[in-house]
Design a protein around this ligand. Sequence first.
Ligand SMILES: [Zn+2]
Length: 342
Amino acid sequence: MRATVLYAPGDVRIEDRPDPAITAPTDAIVRIAATCVCGSDLWAYRGVEAVERPTPMGHEYVGTVEAVGAGVTTIRPGQFVVGSFFASDNTCDICRAGYQSSCVHREYVGAGGAQAELLRVPLADGTLVATPEPPPADLVPSLLAASDVLGTGWFGAVAADVKPGRSVAVVGAGAGGALAVLAARHLGAERIIAMSRHPDRQKLALDYGATDIVTERGDDGVARVKDMTGGLGAHCVIEAVGTQESMLQAIRSTRPGGHVGYVGVAHGVALPGEELFYSHVHLHGGPAPVRRFLPGLIDLITTRIIDPGKVFDLTLPLDRVADGYAAMDERRAIKTLLSPSA
Ligand SMILES: [Zn+2]
Protein backbone atom coordinates (compact mmCIF):
# COMPACT_ATOMS: atom_id res chain seq x y z
CA MET A 1 0.00 0.00 0.00
CA ARG A 2 0.95 3.64 -0.28
CA ALA A 3 1.53 5.26 3.09
CA THR A 4 2.88 8.48 4.59
CA VAL A 5 6.20 8.37 6.45
CA LEU A 6 8.00 11.20 8.24
CA TYR A 7 11.76 10.91 7.85
CA ALA A 8 12.92 14.14 9.41
CA PRO A 9 11.51 17.58 10.18
CA GLY A 10 9.96 18.88 6.95
CA ASP A 11 10.60 15.59 5.13
CA VAL A 12 7.35 13.69 4.76
CA ARG A 13 6.98 11.18 1.92
CA ILE A 14 4.66 8.67 0.36
CA GLU A 15 6.20 5.24 0.06
CA ASP A 16 5.19 1.63 -0.48
CA ARG A 17 4.79 -0.24 2.78
CA PRO A 18 3.46 -3.73 3.56
CA ASP A 19 -0.31 -3.96 3.85
CA PRO A 20 -1.38 -4.13 7.51
CA ALA A 21 -2.56 -7.55 8.68
CA ILE A 22 -4.87 -8.68 11.44
CA THR A 23 -2.57 -9.43 14.37
CA ALA A 24 -5.17 -9.82 17.16
CA PRO A 25 -8.65 -11.36 16.91
CA THR A 26 -10.17 -8.01 17.90
CA ASP A 27 -8.57 -6.11 14.97
CA ALA A 28 -10.18 -4.71 11.85
CA ILE A 29 -8.55 -3.59 8.62
CA VAL A 30 -10.07 -0.42 7.18
CA ARG A 31 -9.66 0.76 3.58
CA ILE A 32 -9.28 4.51 4.02
CA ALA A 33 -11.81 6.64 2.13
CA ALA A 34 -10.39 9.91 3.45
CA THR A 35 -7.74 10.99 5.92
CA CYS A 36 -6.19 14.32 6.82
CA VAL A 37 -3.34 16.25 8.40
CA CYS A 38 -3.80 17.23 12.04
CA GLY A 39 -2.48 20.37 13.66
CA SER A 40 -0.80 18.00 16.12
CA ASP A 41 1.06 16.29 13.21
CA LEU A 42 2.83 19.61 12.71
CA TRP A 43 4.59 19.34 16.08
CA ALA A 44 6.56 16.39 14.69
CA TYR A 45 6.81 17.83 11.17
CA ARG A 46 8.35 21.01 12.61
CA GLY A 47 10.76 19.04 14.77
CA VAL A 48 9.28 20.41 18.00
CA GLU A 49 8.38 16.88 19.00
CA ALA A 50 11.01 14.18 18.64
CA VAL A 51 9.87 11.21 16.56
CA GLU A 52 11.31 7.78 16.07
CA ARG A 53 12.18 8.01 12.41
CA PRO A 54 11.01 7.04 9.89
CA THR A 55 7.51 7.22 11.40
CA PRO A 56 4.15 6.35 9.80
CA MET A 57 1.90 9.41 10.07
CA GLY A 58 -1.80 10.12 10.49
CA HIS A 59 -4.49 9.27 13.03
CA GLU A 60 -7.74 10.57 11.48
CA TYR A 61 -9.70 8.22 9.25
CA VAL A 62 -12.95 7.07 7.77
CA GLY A 63 -13.36 4.16 5.43
CA THR A 64 -14.80 0.78 4.67
CA VAL A 65 -14.08 -2.28 6.75
CA GLU A 66 -12.18 -4.77 4.64
CA ALA A 67 -11.61 -7.56 7.14
CA VAL A 68 -12.17 -8.32 10.82
CA GLY A 69 -10.58 -10.74 13.26
CA ALA A 70 -12.39 -13.78 14.62
CA GLY A 71 -13.21 -12.00 17.90
CA VAL A 72 -14.98 -9.01 16.34
CA THR A 73 -18.73 -9.28 16.82
CA THR A 74 -20.44 -5.99 15.89
CA ILE A 75 -18.26 -4.49 13.16
CA ARG A 76 -18.56 -6.24 9.77
CA PRO A 77 -16.74 -6.09 6.43
CA GLY A 78 -18.43 -3.64 4.08
CA GLN A 79 -19.51 -1.19 6.78
CA PHE A 80 -18.47 2.45 6.48
CA VAL A 81 -16.86 3.39 9.79
CA VAL A 82 -15.51 6.34 11.73
CA GLY A 83 -12.97 5.71 14.46
CA SER A 84 -10.98 7.54 17.05
CA PHE A 85 -7.21 8.00 17.30
CA PHE A 86 -7.12 5.87 20.45
CA ALA A 87 -8.50 2.36 20.27
CA SER A 88 -10.63 1.50 23.29
CA ASP A 89 -12.50 -1.56 24.52
CA ASN A 90 -15.44 0.72 25.43
CA THR A 91 -16.27 -1.62 28.31
CA CYS A 92 -13.83 -0.87 31.15
CA ASP A 93 -14.70 1.45 34.02
CA ILE A 94 -12.81 4.34 32.43
CA CYS A 95 -14.56 3.90 29.07
CA ARG A 96 -17.97 3.61 30.71
CA ALA A 97 -17.29 6.89 32.48
CA GLY A 98 -16.74 8.46 29.04
CA TYR A 99 -12.93 8.61 28.95
CA GLN A 100 -12.22 6.11 26.17
CA SER A 101 -8.97 7.86 25.27
CA SER A 102 -7.68 6.68 28.68
CA CYS A 103 -9.11 3.16 28.30
CA VAL A 104 -7.12 0.65 30.35
CA HIS A 105 -6.54 -1.23 27.07
CA ARG A 106 -6.02 1.80 24.87
CA GLU A 107 -3.75 1.61 21.85
CA TYR A 108 -2.73 4.49 19.62
CA VAL A 109 -4.38 3.81 16.27
CA GLY A 110 -2.05 6.27 14.60
CA ALA A 111 0.89 3.96 15.32
CA GLY A 112 0.04 2.27 12.03
CA GLY A 113 -0.31 5.56 10.17
CA ALA A 114 -3.77 6.55 8.90
CA GLN A 115 -2.43 8.70 6.05
CA ALA A 116 -2.35 5.54 3.96
CA GLU A 117 -4.53 3.29 1.86
CA LEU A 118 -5.15 0.76 4.66
CA LEU A 119 -5.13 0.89 8.46
CA ARG A 120 -5.21 -1.74 11.19
CA VAL A 121 -7.61 -0.69 13.95
CA PRO A 122 -7.27 -2.59 17.25
CA LEU A 123 -10.29 -3.29 19.48
CA ALA A 124 -12.59 -2.75 16.51
CA ASP A 125 -15.88 -3.29 18.36
CA GLY A 126 -15.03 -0.66 20.96
CA THR A 127 -13.31 1.80 18.65
CA LEU A 128 -15.22 1.98 15.37
CA VAL A 129 -18.73 3.32 14.84
CA ALA A 130 -20.53 2.39 11.62
CA THR A 131 -22.69 4.90 9.78
CA PRO A 132 -26.32 3.84 9.19
CA GLU A 133 -25.51 3.35 5.50
CA PRO A 134 -22.59 4.17 3.21
CA PRO A 135 -22.57 7.99 3.13
CA PRO A 136 -22.89 10.15 0.03
CA ALA A 137 -19.54 11.62 -1.02
CA ASP A 138 -20.38 15.11 0.20
CA LEU A 139 -20.72 13.88 3.80
CA VAL A 140 -17.33 12.13 3.89
CA PRO A 141 -15.35 15.26 4.93
CA SER A 142 -17.70 15.93 7.84
CA LEU A 143 -17.53 12.30 8.99
CA LEU A 144 -13.75 12.48 8.73
CA ALA A 145 -13.79 15.59 10.91
CA ALA A 146 -15.70 13.59 13.55
CA SER A 147 -12.73 11.20 13.78
CA ASP A 148 -10.67 13.77 15.67
CA VAL A 149 -10.96 17.50 15.13
CA LEU A 150 -14.71 17.76 15.66
CA GLY A 151 -14.63 15.34 18.58
CA THR A 152 -11.78 17.37 20.05
CA GLY A 153 -13.57 20.69 19.66
CA TRP A 154 -16.72 19.13 21.09
CA PHE A 155 -14.86 17.75 24.10
CA GLY A 156 -13.30 21.18 24.62
CA ALA A 157 -16.76 22.74 24.77
CA VAL A 158 -18.12 20.03 27.08
CA ALA A 159 -15.04 20.22 29.34
CA ALA A 160 -15.50 24.01 29.48
CA ASP A 161 -19.06 23.33 30.67
CA VAL A 162 -20.74 25.22 27.84
CA LYS A 163 -24.45 25.56 28.53
CA PRO A 164 -27.29 27.71 27.21
CA GLY A 165 -26.80 31.38 27.93
CA ARG A 166 -23.13 31.19 28.83
CA SER A 167 -20.31 33.28 27.43
CA VAL A 168 -17.57 31.33 25.70
CA ALA A 169 -14.10 32.32 24.54
CA VAL A 170 -12.06 30.11 22.21
CA VAL A 171 -8.29 30.56 22.22
CA GLY A 172 -6.91 29.46 18.85
CA ALA A 173 -9.06 29.39 15.75
CA GLY A 174 -7.48 26.59 13.79
CA ALA A 175 -9.71 23.73 12.74
CA GLY A 176 -10.11 22.51 16.34
CA GLY A 177 -10.96 25.98 17.61
CA ALA A 178 -13.43 26.56 14.78
CA LEU A 179 -15.22 23.32 15.61
CA ALA A 180 -15.21 24.23 19.31
CA VAL A 181 -17.15 27.30 18.19
CA LEU A 182 -19.57 25.04 16.31
CA ALA A 183 -19.97 22.86 19.41
CA ALA A 184 -20.50 25.88 21.68
CA ARG A 185 -23.17 27.18 19.32
CA HIS A 186 -24.90 23.80 19.26
CA LEU A 187 -24.75 23.58 23.07
CA GLY A 188 -26.54 26.91 23.35
CA ALA A 189 -23.84 29.43 24.20
CA GLU A 190 -25.03 33.00 23.95
CA ARG A 191 -21.83 34.84 23.21
CA ILE A 192 -18.89 33.13 21.50
CA ILE A 193 -15.64 35.07 21.29
CA ALA A 194 -13.08 33.61 18.88
CA MET A 195 -9.49 34.71 19.45
CA SER A 196 -7.50 34.72 16.21
CA ARG A 197 -5.37 37.07 14.14
CA HIS A 198 -5.85 35.28 10.81
CA PRO A 199 -8.64 36.50 8.48
CA ASP A 200 -9.37 33.06 6.98
CA ARG A 201 -9.68 31.53 10.46
CA GLN A 202 -11.82 34.41 11.70
CA LYS A 203 -14.19 33.86 8.80
CA LEU A 204 -14.50 30.14 9.56
CA ALA A 205 -15.21 30.89 13.23
CA LEU A 206 -17.89 33.41 12.24
CA ASP A 207 -19.42 30.88 9.82
CA TYR A 208 -19.69 28.42 12.70
CA GLY A 209 -21.40 30.88 15.01
CA ALA A 210 -18.80 33.09 16.69
CA THR A 211 -20.36 36.40 17.71
CA ASP A 212 -17.12 38.34 18.30
CA ILE A 213 -13.52 38.22 17.14
CA VAL A 214 -10.59 39.24 19.34
CA THR A 215 -7.29 39.71 17.54
CA GLU A 216 -5.18 40.70 20.55
CA ARG A 217 -3.14 38.06 22.34
CA GLY A 218 -1.72 37.65 25.83
CA ASP A 219 -2.69 40.26 28.42
CA ASP A 220 -4.33 42.46 25.77
CA GLY A 221 -6.50 39.56 24.63
CA VAL A 222 -7.47 38.81 28.22
CA ALA A 223 -8.40 42.46 28.74
CA ARG A 224 -10.62 42.42 25.62
CA VAL A 225 -12.48 39.31 26.79
CA LYS A 226 -13.03 40.88 30.20
CA ASP A 227 -14.31 44.07 28.55
CA MET A 228 -16.89 42.00 26.67
CA THR A 229 -18.03 40.07 29.75
CA GLY A 230 -18.77 42.78 32.27
CA GLY A 231 -15.20 42.80 33.56
CA LEU A 232 -15.52 39.23 34.84
CA GLY A 233 -14.11 37.00 32.11
CA ALA A 234 -15.97 34.31 30.17
CA HIS A 235 -17.91 31.50 31.84
CA CYS A 236 -16.29 28.96 29.53
CA VAL A 237 -12.94 29.08 27.74
CA ILE A 238 -11.71 26.51 25.26
CA GLU A 239 -7.94 26.30 24.77
CA ALA A 240 -7.11 24.82 21.37
CA VAL A 241 -3.41 25.56 20.87
CA GLY A 242 -1.27 23.96 23.58
CA THR A 243 1.38 26.59 24.31
CA GLN A 244 2.28 28.32 27.55
CA GLU A 245 0.94 31.62 26.20
CA SER A 246 -2.38 30.18 25.02
CA MET A 247 -2.95 28.22 28.22
CA LEU A 248 -2.35 31.26 30.43
CA GLN A 249 -4.49 33.37 28.10
CA ALA A 250 -7.29 30.83 28.55
CA ILE A 251 -7.02 30.65 32.34
CA ARG A 252 -6.83 34.42 32.72
CA SER A 253 -9.83 34.94 30.38
CA THR A 254 -12.03 32.75 32.61
CA ARG A 255 -14.11 34.22 35.43
CA PRO A 256 -13.80 32.84 38.97
CA GLY A 257 -15.88 29.68 39.10
CA GLY A 258 -15.66 29.29 35.33
CA HIS A 259 -14.25 26.41 33.33
CA VAL A 260 -11.33 25.96 30.93
CA GLY A 261 -11.55 23.04 28.50
CA TYR A 262 -8.04 22.46 27.16
CA VAL A 263 -7.66 20.36 24.03
CA GLY A 264 -4.53 21.75 22.36
CA VAL A 265 -1.78 19.16 22.84
CA ALA A 266 0.37 20.78 25.55
CA HIS A 267 4.01 21.46 24.72
CA GLY A 268 6.22 23.04 27.36
CA VAL A 269 3.29 24.28 29.44
CA ALA A 270 4.08 24.91 33.12
CA LEU A 271 1.29 26.42 35.21
CA PRO A 272 1.91 28.78 38.15
CA GLY A 273 0.41 27.13 41.23
CA GLU A 274 -0.24 30.25 43.23
CA GLU A 275 -2.06 31.96 40.37
CA LEU A 276 -4.14 28.83 39.81
CA PHE A 277 -4.96 28.65 43.51
CA TYR A 278 -6.41 32.12 43.56
CA SER A 279 -8.10 31.90 40.14
CA HIS A 280 -11.00 29.66 41.22
CA VAL A 281 -10.97 28.29 37.67
CA HIS A 282 -11.86 24.67 36.81
CA LEU A 283 -9.38 23.00 34.46
CA HIS A 284 -10.40 19.96 32.46
CA GLY A 285 -9.08 18.61 29.20
CA GLY A 286 -6.66 16.23 27.57
CA PRO A 287 -6.82 13.93 24.55
CA ALA A 288 -10.47 13.98 23.59
CA PRO A 289 -12.49 10.85 24.28
CA VAL A 290 -13.83 11.09 20.73
CA ARG A 291 -15.49 7.68 21.00
CA ARG A 292 -17.88 9.11 23.63
CA PHE A 293 -19.21 11.62 21.13
CA LEU A 294 -19.06 9.64 17.85
CA PRO A 295 -22.58 8.19 17.77
CA GLY A 296 -24.17 11.57 18.44
CA LEU A 297 -21.87 13.42 16.06
CA ILE A 298 -22.46 10.90 13.25
CA ASP A 299 -26.19 11.42 13.76
CA LEU A 300 -25.87 15.23 13.61
CA ILE A 301 -23.79 14.93 10.42
CA THR A 302 -25.89 12.36 8.54
CA THR A 303 -29.04 14.36 9.31
CA ARG A 304 -27.17 17.46 8.04
CA ILE A 305 -27.66 19.47 11.22
CA ILE A 306 -23.94 20.29 11.43
CA ASP A 307 -21.37 20.66 8.65
CA PRO A 308 -17.92 20.34 10.24
CA GLY A 309 -16.35 19.34 6.91
CA LYS A 310 -15.98 23.01 5.99
CA VAL A 311 -12.74 23.05 8.01
CA PHE A 312 -11.06 21.30 5.07
CA ASP A 313 -9.98 24.10 2.77
CA LEU A 314 -7.51 22.01 0.79
CA THR A 315 -8.12 18.56 -0.71
CA LEU A 316 -5.27 16.63 -2.28
CA PRO A 317 -4.62 13.11 -3.51
CA LEU A 318 -2.68 11.10 -0.92
CA ASP A 319 0.37 11.14 -3.20
CA ARG A 320 0.68 14.89 -2.59
CA VAL A 321 0.75 14.60 1.20
CA ALA A 322 3.99 16.60 1.37
CA ASP A 323 2.20 19.57 -0.21
CA GLY A 324 -0.59 19.15 2.32
CA TYR A 325 1.79 19.38 5.28
CA ALA A 326 3.65 22.34 3.78
CA ALA A 327 0.41 24.24 3.14
CA MET A 328 -0.66 23.84 6.78
CA ASP A 329 2.83 24.56 8.12
CA GLU A 330 2.93 27.80 6.11
CA ARG A 331 -0.69 28.62 7.06
CA ARG A 332 -1.81 28.54 3.44
CA ALA A 333 -4.40 25.96 4.49
CA ILE A 334 -6.37 25.47 7.70
CA LYS A 335 -6.69 21.72 7.25
CA THR A 336 -5.79 19.33 4.44
CA LEU A 337 -7.95 16.40 3.42
CA LEU A 338 -6.14 13.54 1.68
CA SER A 339 -7.86 11.17 -0.70
CA PRO A 340 -6.13 7.80 -1.20
CA SER A 341 -8.26 6.90 -4.22
CA ALA A 342 -7.62 10.14 -6.15
ZN1 LIG B 1 -11.77 0.83 28.23
